[in-house]
Design a protein around this ligand. Sequence first.
Ligand SMILES: [Zn+2]
Ligand SMILES: [Zn+2]
Length: 135
Amino acid sequence: MSGDVLTGGCLCGAIRYRAEGPVINVNHCHCEMCRRASGAIAATWAAVPVAGFSTSGATPAEFRASDFATRSFCAKCGSTLFWKRDGAAKIDLSVGTIDDAGAIGAGRHDWVEGRLGGFVLDAHLPAFRADGTKA
Ligand SMILES: [Zn+2]
Ligand SMILES: [Zn+2]
C-alpha cells in the first residue's frame, strides 16, 4: 500500500478500482445477504470515502438485496466487489478483492446473530448485533 491509496479488482481482471483512503472501518459481516452474495461464511468489508473512489474497465453489475443499498459484482467472474448504502459518503470494498488485502486488519463483527456455528469470533474484536447493539 502506498499512502492511503488502495487498489483492487475482481478475479478475472475485467474490473479494477482505486480508492483514496483512509479506511474508515473494517468489519466481518455475518448477515445472510453477505453470506449468500460472497459465497463465504462471512463477508469482510473495508469502508473508504466515496470521494476519491473510482473503477476502471468493465462496469460493475448491481443487485439490490435490500431497499437501502446496492451490491456490485463482476458480471463475468462473479466476484463480490462493493456494498454501498444509498446516499452514503462511504463505500465498502470486499477486502478479498483488495490487492494488498493482507494489510487490512479487521475491526469488528456485525450481525453476529447470523453467525454460522463453525465461525469462531476473534475475542479481541468488538461484536455487534443487527440492530447495532453490542453482542
Ligand atoms: Zn471479473
Ligand atoms: Zn452483511
